[in-house]
Design a protein around this ligand. Structure first.
Ligand code: FAD
Length: 554
């Protein structure tokens, strides 16, 4: 059994499972356990504890967590009876007979505990049926059954889609049992199940010479991650997750299982490196060539307070992202916190943090302009073993089933200082700023540098090469907050976007999807959209695999 949350998610009650889904990460996936500013709410019903133990080699192992929590029952409502009733009982029995795994209907006790989403905004969209696949032949059976019976199928991995894109009122194909990870420790090749979680990959690779660069949230599915790109604290020196994909197995709309790589079904393989999940089929397995890790990295974190310093630091931070070498992998966050005696501008907590593949002295030279712009209230710069930082800093854990509505925007060049100042002015006016409901502004410097930008924009379906950072207003609110709280925060989010709109190419990260984006496919795929449409038309002409933002066939 995996030491992390996976099995608990499958075994716990609905409320606890939903909580556990988020217990191993936050909506930003980028807040260390030691972070003072709270970017996600902590409902009073939640509690999490995590531990990190040491191996005999002295390196820490991956942290484990125990969590108890609850989610308001209103967010896990059953589907309207009429949806289930449209499927003949005989067809459901037929699927049960054909599947190695289980089929759940709302009448089954386990239904309420299954198929829950990370973003509680979408928890109310419930499937008529949940097929818990045991292996890839179950996945193919589900797809064939869905076509035969006219029921829309949607694949579900880690359930972390920001925009709830793995929800459906039809057949939810749950592939979380496809979680095996095998690593060849001499060649660095890893074979990863279609829905291994980040935690499974970390367990298989920790303390080895090899890394699959990816995100930090332990319960994100590797499938969703790689299919949309995959960014994180190693991306600038090691590339995207999808840059390391060498082959995949995918069940397409015909029900056939294809083995694809750069020579077999080349276009489909290309689409699987950035074209997002949920569109071309269900990938049951991924093969990756991992990258060798450095022995140590320099971890750093600087904290600042107040709107003026937050703006000064962000302006310099963005310049570091644009000009720094590929060794630096930084992120920045400023959050509106409860107003104290220093007023709303004083109540801005901010940090810049990351890791540097190189010595502390080089890092400090790189960050010198930022540290001249403002004086940190706290700082930490430590040369540490590589895996220690991955397992015990980036793979942090936090409770909180909550709602979120991030909107990301890539920047090629640093946005002008007056626009940065305006962003922070808007942050200081954030309508919500308590622990559970608040807004923050991120700059994720994980998306630039020479390594990331070596492939051309059309070389993979991930088009956003040549960028320097990913800017992102992040609103979070409690699952049971009044509608007005979420509405105010979403309006605030768009205010921030309107400030940077003129200074950024209109491109948004497809793995942070947002249903409010007016032309999502253009923002996610830009000039690659045409080729993605071709691939979709060839492999799924009837648009079997679809969601609110998927590419449609011609
Ligand atoms: C808390 C949090 C932290 C995050 N951190 C990061 C990060 O650090 N870096 C980063 O790049 N992204 C990050 N993300 C975004 C994440 O990569 C995407 O949301 C990803 O799509 C989630 O995959 P999933 O399998 O967990 O989600 P799901 O909701 O299960 O799936 C997402 C989409 O992919 C499809 N899909 C899933 N698996 C497969 C498969 N095997 N074959 C075909 N389609 C599939 C689904 O149908 C759906 O359309 C984070 C998201 C959250 C909520």
């Amino acid at each position: 059994m995996n030491p992390f949350t996976r099995r608990r998610l499958l075994q716990q009650g609905a409320a606890a499972a939903a909580a556990a889904l988020l217990a191993s990460c936050k909506s930003d996936s980028a807040t260390p356990a030691t972070s003072p500013p709270t970017t996600t709410g902590s409902p009073s019903t939640s509690s999490t504890s995590s531990t990190a133990s040491s191996t005999t080699s002295g390196l820490p192992t991956v942290p484990s967590s125990t969590t108890t929590s609850s989610v308001p029952s209103s967010t896990v409502a059953p589907p309207p009876a009429s949806l289930v009733d449209t499927i003949p009982a005989g067809a459901i029995e037929d699927l049960r007979a054909r599947l190695g795994g289980s089929v759940l209907t709302p009448e089954d006790a386990a239904y309420a505990t299954s198929g829950l989403t990370a973003n509680t905004r979408y928890s109310g969209i419930r499937p008529a049926l949940i097929a818990q696949c045991r292996d890839e032949s179950d996945v193919a059976t589900c797809v064939r059954w869905a076509v035969e019976n006219g029921v829309q199928p949607v694949g579900r991995g880690g359930g972390h889609s920001y925009a709830g894109l793995s929800t459906t009122t039809g057949l939810l194909i749950d592939i979380t049992a496809l979680n095996k990870v095998t690593l060849d420790r001499s060649s660095g090749q890893a074979v990863v199940g279609g829905s291994a979680f980040n935690s499974d990959v970390l367990t298989a690779t920790i303390n080895s010479p090899f890394l699959l660069p990816g995100g930090t949230c332990l319960s994100v599915g590797t499938g969703g991650l790689v299919l949309g790109g995959g960014i994180g604290y190693n991306a600038r020196w090691a590339g995207l997750t999808c840059d390391h994909l060498t082959a995949s197995r995918i069940v397409v709309a015909s029900g056939d299982l294809l083995e694809i790589d750069d020579s077999k079904d080349r276009d489909l393989f290309w689409a699987c490196r950035g074209g997002t999940g949920g569109t071309f089929g269900i990938n049951t397995e991924f093969t990756f060539q991992l990258i060798e890790v450095p022995a140590t990295v320099t971890y750093f974190r600087y904290d600042f307070e107040g709107a003026d310093d937050a703006a000064a630091v962000l302006a310099e931070f963005n310049r570091v992202c644009a000009t720094g070498n590929s060794g630096i992998n930084p992120s920045y966050m400023a959050q509106a916190t409860p107003i104290g005696s220093a007023g709303p501008r004083g109540a801005i907590a901010c940090f810049a943090r990351g890791q540097y593949v190189g010595p502390a002295s080089e890092l400090q030279d790189l960050l010198a302009p930022m540290l001249k712009a403002a004086t940190p209230t706290k700082s930490a710069v430590e040369e540490r073993p590589f895996w220690d930082v991955q397992a015990n800093v980036w793979a942090s854990e936090n409770p909180t089933p909550h709602a979120f509505g991030d909107h990301s925007r890539y920047a090629k060049d640093p946005v002008p200082d007056d626009a940065v100042a305006k962003m922070i002015d808007i942050l200081a006016e954030c309508p919500q700023r308590d622990d559970d409901n608040n807004g923050s502004i991120w700059s994720l410097g994980w998306v630039g540098g020479d390594v990331m930008n070596k492939p051309g924009r059309a070389d993979t379906a991930y088009v956003h090469r040549g960028m320097s950072t990913l800017l992102r207003p992040t609103p979070v609110w409690a699952a049971d907050a009044a509608q007005s709280v979420g509405d105010e925060l979403l309006a605030w989010t768009e205010q921030v976007i309107s400030v940077i709109d003129a200074h950024t190419p209109r491109e948004s990260y497809q793995n942070f999807p947002n249903r409010a984006i007016k032309d999502p496919q253009q923002e996610y795929f830009a000039e690659n959209l045409d080729r993605l449409t071709e691939v979709k038309t060839r492999h799924d002409p009837t648009n079997l695999f679809r969601n609110a933002q998927s590419v449609a066939p011609r």
